[in-house]
Design a protein around this ligand. Sequence first.
Ligand SMILES: Nc1nc(=O)c2c([nH]1)NC[C@@H]1CN(c3ccc(C(=O)N[C@@H](CCC(=O)O)C(=O)O)cc3)C=[N+]21
Length: 296
Amino acid sequence: MAANIIDGKAFAATVREKVAGHVTRLKEEHDITPGLAVVLVGEDPASQVYVRSKGKQTVEVGMNSFEHKLDAETSEADLLALIDKLNNDPTVHGILVQLPLPKHLDEDLVINSIAPEKDVDGFHISNVGLLGTGQKSMVPCTPLGCLMMLRDYHGSLSGMDAVVIGRSNIVGKPMAQLLLGDSCTVTIAHSRTKDLPEVVRRADIVVAAVGRPEMVPGDWIKEGATVIDVGINRIERDGKNKLVGDVDFASCAERAGAITPVPGGVGPMTIACLLANTVTACCRANNLAEPEGLTA
Ligand SMILES: Nc1nc(=O)c2c([nH]1)NC[C@@H]1CN(c3ccc(C(=O)N[C@@H](CCC(=O)O)C(=O)O)cc3)C=[N+]21
């Protein structure tokens, strides 16, 4: 079987179009422009690329983009003071602090100092707890993007066997919560899982989020399963820089029913969902109806 390719890049463009429609409506009917603040500490080149692309797309959908670049030695107190300012700025509806932070900064403390209703990454403990109990929350962008693609492809996910490989707070755990919320039977596998190949072979849905280049080979994939590849790994092959996922695309595509590519799969959806979350946060902040189809 040759798998259907789930085109995340094209899907992300449709999400951005919806976001742009809501932004226009908010401006015309309520004189409100949603605003997203992105905070980058230090000069990690990969992070700079993402921040630039987030800022560009934010402006393209008609929202305000506020970029705060702090140098790598910024003190925790200065960073917390900036977050406090953004928390209290009514023109800022979403705040994203780019991770990872330099080692001298306490990531948990910093994230938990963001006002939960502005936490468009969905990493604040309040949002984690709300998601885990099925209450309205801000949902982490990467898992939300994966869920949107899965729902679009399958319609209902009810009763499907889903295996999430990876137990990170930013992808694996919230992804499992969302799949459980859609009535999948969910397994979270990780580096200590016994007989990972057999566990993965049971899955109708495989979400790979481990950060190890091409670690899932095609013979782990059940015939016809849907494979969502969250990995974005830069490797060198044949003297060239290449972007590959956590699954071996060629062999997995031979067995899967559908698969997301890297690049052009989950990555663009992550940024589109960040914009979607910002519009959602803006509507909630102003007691307006939530945008449909942009939330979990
Ligand atoms: N607080 C926080 N929230 C994040 O969401 C966050 C973060 N920190 N730190 C860094 C990671 C990384 N990340 C990406 C988003 C999109 C692409 C993306 O669109 N990738 C393109 C390829 C881009 C390329 O060529 O490098 C694709 O997959 O097609 C990649 C990576 C969000 N992150």
